[in-house]
Design a protein around this ligand. Sequence first.
Ligand code: AMP
Length: 302
Amino acid sequence: MSNTFLAIGECMVEMAPTGEGTYAMGFAGDTLNTAWYARKCLPESWTVSYFTAVGQDQISDQMLQFLGDSEIDTAEIRRLEDRTVGLYMIQLKDGERSFAYWRSHAAARRLAADADHLKAALDKAGLIYFSGITLAILPPEERKVFLSGLREARQRGAQVAFDPNLRPRLWESTEIMRACVTEAAGVCTLVMPSFEDELAHFGDPTPKISAERYLAAGADMVVVKNGPEDVICATKDAQTTFQPDPVRNIVDTTAAGDSFNAAFLAEFLISDDINASVDAGARLAGNVIQHRGALVDSLVPA
Ligand code: AMP
């Protein structure tokens, strides 16, 4: 198997308030967060690569520079002449955060527009990671191209891992979101949902039902995260539960699921041991939520 961990999706410019009318610029996105933590968790013998589309302008150059500085390979990223990257702004009111987005014309929406280019990137990967947001931003025809590329990758023996990360506002309708996410689960070796989303948008009464639904869709294994509650790992033949250690000092739960996925997958690729993988995922996520922000530099997984 190839030693390339390939994450696919949208990285955005983030504007975070620093004071009265001033903002700090950064880069963020769910699949990028997972790639960033995977780079920290995997040994140097693994390449962590990101696949998306960006523009040819200065801010796109800066995004690629940020990825490169984070030791994430950017060689396969598409560069489009007529588009640029998406942006979101964090707004604070009475201590509550809300988000304003400018992403409807983002370059990342065209990441699967060139089927040959996409296939070349997929062919190099031992593990491919994507999310429901990756799917949501694609035009319907290009979702088909994307899923058929993943199907082929799974057939040739690659791991295909998917976090449904359900965000109905990004989709044409909730029905289309449910149908596409179910179809996507069917091309995956591993589906990694957060129960809070599955309860809200599929109406699953328990995490066990979420796991069974994704197994029935065609996934080989499902790992259901549930905040401080048990993580469930299920295959058609077996089901196990793991209790994450309690975290008392929660500061910011941003990227809990993304970091869990990264540490879980890194350990799974190295040891193929489910217990050790959940333990690594829960330990990293438990640390990340004790710090502010999505990408916490000081955390080196033990
Ligand atoms: P979530 O996506 O919110 O279900 O969280 C992903 C993972 O982060 C969980 O499976 C836990 O390992 C960890 N996590 C999230 N919230 C908490 C919490 N309140 N206490 C302990 N661990 C947590």
